[in-house]
Design a protein around this ligand. Structure first.
Ligand code: ASP
Length: 294
């Protein structure tokens, strides 16, 4: 909540183009082993808007000494020598945790394989909080790749920190929660209901969180094709199950699971508040962790 309290200041720095010195003198490495649009660009913009500088290492597997066989540990040691923080995206679950054991500078997990995407969860939580003024007593529908979707895993974790939340997880059976995740979430303070058909979507949920099926996690294209786009957010679905205040979210990119006909609906937040909040929330995080803001 301390982080959320800083977001309006970050919004105002951005909207008024106020030169900020919060990260002046700081260099932040963006080390991205996997593709990214929003996480990469919003972090880079966030550092710059706060007066810091970035070292941007994209696809190190092909364009750095990693291609010569350098170990992950050596790469982390190298970039920590040049910068004050490393923002890391990596295909392996647990990579950021490993890096944090290795490095003295702060490591921010910008997505670790099918594991977690904690800063996405922060911006998602903020978007819900901005709408409802609370993060408890909420009902949400999370749809798509529940098995592999790291944004889903992190959002469930985030919402489990607050009281009385109920999440419906809508997916093809092949993409339901893993047994390990289910066991872990059951221990947490959250009610989870797994559903596999549209007709089980509850009426008037507070938010819908749609996701794409994570093509890059499938071994064959055939397996992916079998399960992709089973649930499509369309005008028809909205008319059947959404309430007048239900907000529609998506971490993006979308690849066919939301029909463009929904985009102009005022409840569609995925191309509006949710994207903008990504940068504001990341600015607030950087200001707290690196900028000495209390
Ligand atoms: N951009 C999000 C992520 O990196 C969601 C996605 O790729 O589907 O996890």
């Amino acid at each position: 909540m301390n982080l959320f309290a800083k977001v309006p200041r970050m919004k105002s720095i951005t909207q008024n183009s106020t030169p900020s010195k919060i990260l002046s003198g700081k260099v932040v490495t963006l080390l991205f082993y996997e593709p990214s649009s929003r996480t990469f660009a919003s972090f880079a913009a966030a550092v710059k808007r706060l007066g810091g500088q970035t070292l941007e290492i994209i696809d190190p597997t092909n364009f750095s000494s990693v291609s010569k066989g350098e170990s992950f540990e050596d790469t982390i040691n190298t970039f920590e020598a040049y910068s004050d923080m490393i923002i890391l995206r990596h295909p392996q679950k647990g990579a950021s945790e490993n890096a944090s054991l290795q490095a003295m500078v702060p490591i921010i997990n910008a997505g670790d394989g099918i594991g977690e995407h904690p800063t996405q969860a922060l911006l998602d939580l903020y978007t819900i909080y901005e709408q409802y003024g609370r993060l408890e007593n909420l009902t949400g529908v999370l749809t798509g790749d529940i098995l592999n979707g790291r944004t889903i895993h992190s959002l469930i974790r985030g919402l489990s920190l607050f009281k009385n939340n109920t999440l419906y997880l809508l997916s093809p059976r092949e993409l339901k929660l893993s047994d390990a995740d289910r066991k872990e979430f059951i221990k947490r303070n959250i009610s989870i209901i797994e559903i596999h058909k549209e007709s089980d979507i509850p009426q008037n949920a507070d938010f819908w969180y749609w996701t794409r099926v994570q093509k890059e996690r499938f071994i064959t294209n055939q397996e992916y094709e079998k399960v992709k786009n089973k649930f499509i957010l369309s005008r028809d679905l909205v008319d059947k199950y959404a309430g007048k205040d239900t907000i529609f979210m998506h971490p993006l990119p979308r690849v066919g699971e939301i029909m463009p006909e929904v985009d102009l609906d005022p409840r569609a937040y995925y191309l509006r508040n949710q994207i903008r909040n990504g940068m504001y929330v990341r600015m607030a995080l950087l200001a707290l962790v690196l900028g000495g803001i209390k």
